[in-house]
Design a protein around this ligand. Structure first.
Ligand code: 5GP
Length: 202
């Protein structure tokens, strides 16, 4: 018996470790696909087109918007980011669960389009710890670190609209917790009512 594919949205402030958590979750969950977003931002070192993002020019991205080829999009720090419609719809139709790793505004838009989706917000154990992690990365200057912690506070205020919180204190625990959320959501009564008919042979 197979449940229908379910859409998960995972958001987190920068520095919360969401990329690492998701990498591990995806490597451990066979039936969960990842939606590779399109963006107009330049690739960072090590990022591969089609794997981390679909890197597009502004013109290409605006054409995608005009063609309704993105489910949602936003402008974040001067660049477009959007969720390609077809890839997500195809995976869901195949019965695969899909994770979107997007920011809070996109998450709220996805909730409007897919009211049954599940929104998960990854939190740092504290603001002090978030700041410490951002500094440890050593990639940002002081002004950027302060801007990112202020941004994190605003994003955390929006987290009340999400369905689950996962705190990334210890990586392995956070990974287990997110997997637990994904598994539990699959078994919600409302998501598998058809199962009753199948069991009864109707
Ligand atoms: P970064 O440039 O650090 O990879 O991503 C910046 C922010 O954009 C992150 O919060 C990331 O989750 C978000 N983001 C990535 N792809 C999408 C997308 O397709 N839609 C929306 N709304 N946000 C996205």
């Amino acid at each position: 018996m197979k449940n229908k594919g379910l859409l998960f949205v995972v958001s987190a402030p920068a520095g919360c470790g969401k990329d690492t958590i998701l990498e591990q979750v995806l490597s451990r969950c066979e039936n969960v696909g990842y939606s590779v977003s399109a963006t107009t931002r330049a690739p960072r070192p090590g990022e591969v087109d089609g794997v981390h993002y679909h890197f597009r020019t502004r013109e290409q991205f605006e054409q995608m918007i005009a063609d309704s080829a993105v489910l949602e999009y936003t402008e974040y720090c001067g660049n477009y980011y959007g969720t390609p419609r077809k890839a997500v719809e195809d995976m869901l139709a195949e019965g695969k669960d899909v994770i979107l790793k997007i920011e809070v505004e996109g998450a709220m838009n996805i909730r409007k389009l897919f009211p049954e989706c599940c929104l998960v917000f990854i939190l740092p154990p504290s603001m002090q710890e978030l700041e410490r992690r951002l500094r440890k990365r050593g990639t940002e200057d002081e002004e950027t670190i302060l801007r990112r912690t202020a941004q994190a506070r605003t994003e955390i205020d929006i987290a009340v609209n999400y369905d689950y919180f996962v705190v990334n204190d210890e990586l392995e625990v956070a990974v287990d917790d997110l997997i637990a959320v994904i598994r539990a959501e699959k078994f919600r009564k409302g998501r598998c009512l058809d199962m009753l008919k199948e069991i009864k042979g109707e």
